[in-house]
Design a protein around this ligand. Structure first.
Ligand code: HEC
Length: 229
């Protein structure tokens, strides 16, 4: 499975690379007749801004990066019940705010790693996708859904990024009051993608989650492109 996924991604990359190379060759051809060749880019550019290659599957990226980063945000505000009643726990120290900043930065930047083609699961892991108790799609089913509509996958990525950017703004202003809502929005952004790709259940629930994100950011997650602060 893993090998097959990589092979198909590789062949696609090669196909794309070939088109680009051909276009460049043609451009060079037409320009060489009229003007001297343009100065080449600084030698350091290709090495510094190279291709991105995945290390882990989507599942592992979630478990080891996106999920732990989100806990910094989810755990930043809570209601603690003691025998004397309930107290609200909010960030107070610089260290508390730094944790939130780390979480939001990791998500805002890290979520773009979901744009790098990678397997959905480690080799041999088929998710809970077979038998009567199946709750999850198989990696192949998830991949097929993504390939059918890559724009939607990217929209889900942007929706999560929007929430992370919102949290970064909150950190700048140290606005504890807005953290409750941001934490809720974060949960919605995760669910909006999971309900679409990982454990599709009730379509009405997905619609509800998407509608709430749309109300927040003024456009549907499937149309969301950029964050407007
Ligand atoms: C763009 C889509 C997308 C977004 C946004 C997203 N996820 Fe995921 N996530 C997935 C997919 C797809 C899987 C299932 C991968 C698989 O098992 O095939 C997954 C799986 C997971 C898992 C299971 C990991 C495991 O070891 O079983 C966790 C935990 C998780 N996501 C947490 C989160 C959290 C928390 C957020 C929000 C902060 C989030 N995800 C946002 C796509 C997304």
């Amino acid at each position: 499975m893993l090998v097959r996924m990589f092979t198909s991604q590789l062949s696609k990359r090669f196909a794309r690379g070939a088109t680009v190379a051909l276009a460049c060759a043609m451009a060079a051809c037409s320009s060489s007749s009229s003007k001297p060749p343009a100065a080449s880019a600084p030698a350091s550019t290709p090495a510094m801004w190279g291709d991105m290659k995945p290390v882990v599957s989507v599942k592992e990226l979630m478990r080891d990066m996106i999920d732990p980063a989100s806990d910094y945000i989810f755990d930043s505000v809570k209601i603690i019940t003691t025998k004397n009643g309930t107290v609200e726990s909010v960030p107070k120290t610089d260290e508390d705010w730094a944790k939130l900043r780390i979480g939001a930065t990791t998500i805002a930047e890290g979520v773009y790693l979901l744009k790098v083609p990678r397997p959905f699961t480690p080799a041999g892991d088929e998710n809970n996708s077979t038998g009567p108790e199946a709750t999850e799609l198989s990696p192949a089913q998830i991949k097929a859904k993504l390939e059918k509509d890559p724009v939607l996958w990217n929209a889900k990525i942007e929706a999560l990024r929007n929430v992370a950017l919102e949290v970064l703004e909150i950190v700048k202003k140290k606005n504890t009051g807005e953290l409750w809502e941001a934490s809720y929005n974060l949960d919605q952004a995760c669910e909006s993608c999971h309900l679409q790709y990982w454990y599709p259940g009730d379509p009405a629930l997905l619609q509800k989650v998407d509608r709430q994100l749309e109300e927040l950011y003024g456009k549907s997650p499937s149309a969301a492109k950029t964050h407007k602060p």
